[in-house]
Design a protein around this ligand. Structure first.
Ligand SMILES: NC(=O)C1=CN([C@@H]2O[C@H](COP(=O)(O)OP(=O)(O)OC[C@H]3O[C@@H](n4cnc5c(N)ncnc54)[C@H](OP(=O)(O)O)[C@@H]3O)[C@@H](O)[C@H]2O)C=CC1
Ligand SMILES: O=C(O)[C@@H]1CCC=N1
Length: 271
């Protein structure tokens, strides 16, 4: 199936569903081919406002969801079992199911889905909203090469895709799934630093964010190790080494390593 012909349904129209749907419809999928199911009036309307007025939303599974080729499960992990118990009988074997839920393993999801369901497990992140996502993908027991290809193509339209063994998806969650939150906090802290030394807040936020964008792009475009790029900024006896010493004293590296590890562990617990 051609990706731009795919009809996509979202079960749960919250933050991650909105980021994906809006990302898919930027270039690839017409908004009229997207639908969403969510009992929350607030989420549903926010989803439609963000993605487009052609999007059909409803409080419960309807004909639009039943006619979707791909169904994204985007509810909280703790709700998934009860959602699938209700939704399962309305799914058909023709539909490809994609879970974005943190932690829930393929075997657990397959045990809650109707027998014979084709499942792909994905860990995306919210920058999919602007086409800059980072996603890990693992294939379920019955999903085919074509299914994996279709989901990879959809997700490639909203970011980079890494096909990973399922046991690594918790680690992907710890790094890139939760990662935007770490980076937002870093940007906020850097801008606090800018304000402390006299910059106006809005300028400090712009400078901090652009510094992260520029540094990240340098890593991706040059292929150089981040440590080498750091060394190129760091003059002997200069300003940067004075700052890096403070970061080491503050345990920034250890804190980030522990952050990834804590999120990974929590993802494992959610199953
Ligand atoms: N946010 C993120 O950055 C990421 C999230 N994820 C995963 O995405 C999933 C969704 O997370 P997120 O978007 O943040 O959560 P949200 O709470 O923003 O969205 C979940 C939505 O599902 C709704 N919902 C509750 N019950 C049902 C139901 N029976 N049928 C349909 N919808 C229902 C909720 O309504 P109500 O609010 O009324 O409960 C809510 O609108 C999670 O499994 C999470 O692990 C994965 C990667 C990144
Ligand atoms: O915080 C969470 O549980 C979700 C999963 C990854 C990002 N947000």
């Amino acid at each position: 199936m051609k990706p731009h012909h795919v009809r996509i349904g979202f079960v749960g129209t919250g933050r991650m569903a909105t980021a994906l749907a809006r990302g898919f419809t930027r270039e690839l999928v017409p908004t009229a081919q997207i639908c969403g199911v969510d009992p929350s009036e607030v989420s549903k309307q926010a989803f439609r406002t963000a993605v487009g007025k052609d999007v059909v939303v409803s409080a419960a599974a309807d004909e639009h969801l039943k006619n979707s080729d791909v169904v994204f499960l985007a509810v909280k992990p703790q709700m998934m079992q009860s959602v699938l118990e209700e939704l399962g009988p309305q799914l058909t074997p023709d539909q490809l199911i994609v879970s974005v839920a943190a932690g829930l393993t393929i075997s657990r999801l397959e045990s809650w889905l109707p027998a014979g369901s084709r499942l792909i497990r994905v860990m995306p992140n919210t920058p999919c909203l602007i086409g800059k996502g980072a996603c890990g993908v693992s294939r379920g027991t019955l999903a085919s090469d074509a299914d994996e290809q279709l989901v990879s193509t959809l997700l490639s339209s909203v970011g980079v895709v890494e096909i990973v063994a399922e046991h690594l998806l918790d680690a992907v969650t710890g790094l890139s799934g939760s990662g935007p939150a770490y980076v937002f906090q870093i940007i906020e802290a850097l801008s606090d630093g800018g304000v402390k030394v006299g910059l106006p807040r809005d300028m400090a936020i712009r400078l901090a964010a652009q510094t992260l964008v520029g540094a990240a792009e340098m890593v991706l475009q040059t292929g150089e190790h981040p440590a080498a790029l750091k060394d190129a900024v760091t003059s002997p006896g200069g300003t940067t080494i004075a700052a890096l010493h403070e970061m080491e004293r503050g345990g920034v590296r250890a804190a980030l390593i522990s952050a990834v590890e804590a999120s990974t562990q929590r993802s494992g617990e959610l199953s």
